[in-house]
Write a protein that binds this ligand. Structure first.
Ligand code: NAD
Length: 341
């Protein structure tokens, strides 16, 4: 197979991860031909890592050896880099969030139409094993019809880095993590949103949000809570999922968790009351062993291709994109409504 030659624009945390880890696994399909970063320290890092470095962006764009760009720069620079790249004939993998708002995405879409280039956003968390377990539970109905999902990511390190603190660069946790968590749920739940209420947090005193709660009701009555926190010194579970026949939790990215499913019993098995605090309760007692079974979490929904394998075949006109631009626009619109309300 002819390899696609890719240049990495922005060799910071994520750009170097693409070059040295993600793309390194796809050596049959891709070759990283060079790096461009505005920071000379990052250029020096790339050289140390054995990667050729371009002096400036024009050099990358003029290089006919480059088929595609991976854009991993601060969020406010994605639009211009992507447009210039496509106009120079390059296909684009763009880091999330694709751009700052839906208007910018419309500009990108016009250039995609005009140039016929492939533009795909790296919504990599659709491939997260914890999410794929939820997706399998959602599809196979092992805990019945799922009607409530709580999706959380908790950290205690505040907003990381520099540009993520600034509005002008597209900082804040809604754009940083919200884009992943909304993308996962909107991709999985095939129903329009009926209502959304969001509470952004500014407890750290930055001009951008350091976390948020969103409560979403879908037209099919699915209720979802999405929470991102950067001041959580102890974490809640990554996923808490309620279905008509059971409950599941996936505690962390290490995939620990459990699933408790009600048994199909003929007779009603009453729980034994427990002492709770200074009181007694039957309602909040654990379900009786006769009435429920504890099960291992399923392995998770299978993705047939990695993000980059799919990108390769989309460029070759052999596949449909797994991350579609209309889905990206949907999430950008949702976040823009929250931020401009
Ligand atoms: P970072 O600050 O570590 O790296 C950004 C790099 O871009 C820096 O080295 C900087 O010098 C360089 N840069 C800035 N402007 C540039 C320009 N105009 N041209 C060339 N280089 C430029 O940031 P990061 O954490 O790597 O984030 C970069 C992007 O990746 C962001 O969009 C972020 O949201 C995304 N990201 C995605 C994931 C994911 O899992 N998908 C994870 C982390 C970051």
């Amino acid at each position: 197979m002819t390899k696609l030659k890719i240049a990495v624009i922005g060799y910071g945390g994520m750009g170097s991860y693409h070059a040295n880890t993600i793309l390194a696994k796809e050596k049959d399909l891709f070759e990283v031909v060079g790096i461009y970063d505005i920071d000379s320290n990052r250029q020096a890092h790339a050289i140390q890592d054995g990667l050729p470095v371009y002096e400036n962006l024009e050099e990358v764009l003029k290089d006919s050896n480059v088929d595609a760009l991976l854009i991993a720069t601060p969020n406010d620079s994605h639009k211009e880099l992507a447009i210039r790249g496509m106009e120079a004939g390059k296909h684009i993998v763009c880091e999330k969030p694709a751009v700052m708002n839906p208007q910018e995405f419309h500009e990108i879409q016009k250039v995609i139409e005009r140039t016929g280039r492939t533009f795909m956003v790296h919504q990599n968390r659709r491939w997260d094993p914890d999410f794929l377990i939820l997706k399998e539970l959602y599809e196979n109905k092992e805990i019945g019809e799922i009607f409530q999902i709580e999706s959380r990511v908790h950290g205690a390190n505040g907003i990381p880095g520099d540009w993520r603190h600034k509005k002008e660069h597209g900082g804040g946790m809604l754009l940083d993590w919200g884009v992943h968590l909304f993308d996962q749920l909107l991709w999985m739940i095939d129903s329009p949103i009926k209502k959304i209420e969001t509470d952004l947090s500014f407890v750290l005193g930055n001009e951008v949000d350091d976390g948020f709660f969103s409560y979403i009701t879908f037209e099919n009555n699915m209720k979802v809570l999405v929470e991102v926190g950067t001041t959580n010194y102890t974490k809640l579970d990554r996923w808490y999922i309620k279905g008509t026949k059971g409950t599941a939790k996936i505690s962390d990215w290490d995939l620990t968790g459990e699933m408790v499913v009600s048994k199909e019993t003929q007779s009603v098995v009453h729980p034994t009351p427990i002492k709770a605090g200074v009181g007694l309760t039957k309602t909040m007692a654990p379900p009786s062993e006769e009435a429920t079974t504890k099960k291992k979490l399923p392995k998770g929904h299978e993705m047939n291709q990695s993000f980059y394998q799919n990108f390769y075949h989309v460029v070759k006109n052999e596949e449909e994109p797994l991350v579609k631009n209309e889905e990206v626009l949907h999430v950008l619109t949702l976040m823009d409504n929250i931020l401009t309300r």
